[in-house]
Write a protein that binds this ligand. Sequence first.
Ligand code: ATP
Length: 273
Amino acid sequence: MTDPIIELRRASFGYTDRAVVQAADLAVHAGEVVAVLGPNGSGKSTLVRGLLGLNDHLGGEVRLFGQPRDSFHDHARLGYVPQRHTLSASVRATVEEIVAVGRLSHHRWWRPVVRSAQDVAIIDKALDVVGLSDRADADVSTLSGGQQRRVLIARALASNPDVLLMDEPTAGVDAANQHVLQTVLARLADRGTTMVIVTHELAALAGIVTRIVVVQGGHIAFDGTPDDFAAHRDGFGHDHHHHHHDDEPAPGRTHLPGAPSAGPLDPREGARR
Ligand SMILES: Nc1ncnc2c1ncn2[C@@H]1O[C@H](COP(=O)(O)OP(=O)(O)OP(=O)(O)O)[C@@H](O)[C@H]1O
């Protein structure tokens, strides 16, 4: 078996000297799609950000692609879509320009950035995967929140990462756009993309997820297959049923078949076509 892409051994992460995630053991291998579940404040974001080096590493080991994280510098291999992040309204850039930023990590900083034919092809492909090819020249400030999250996923994809880490990619997104995002994630899973997805919406990822990790009170309380999870879920005190307000689909709404075009459920979209 090859080295895990991500490996934590008794790893603790937190903020200054407060350990939020404690003694976490986790190994993610190529091709896995891992859903990270758990109640609000349990430490899911802290875990994902911690393994990326974005908060304090307070103990244990973190290895990326078989190397200790401190000696790992090939950051383009990790794509990260942060939580509740949309693009600032003050950004004056087109969708395509934002996605092109994902290519920067493949250019030497001391050379002028000239976009190669390969860059262009990868950018086009990333836009296609998230269903935004037809909006490539649109100003990002004119896109809905859900579309902006898809731009950020495309930007992460454009760096051709070996693993994509996403923190609640469907949070704060309306039902129609959530369905589009689900389609995007399913397409990525079909292509064999390794993913770690923090979510409160496991049902939306059914059929995609190969493994479930539950974080509770800063500890990994469960790590197993979706079948094991289904068999054990009553042991988790129903915490994972705790819906995040942002992620809760609007009552009475049905998902539109035939994504990726978000369609008439999002009035903002229709107005702009
Ligand atoms: N930047 C920060 N500085 C200090 N404490 C923080 C910071 N970010 C998070 N925390 C604390 O860490 C704990 C875990 O937060 P975290 O965001 O990891 O939880 P989560 O499981 O991702 O929650 P949610 O489902 O609400 O996104 C919380 O007690 C939170 O207050």
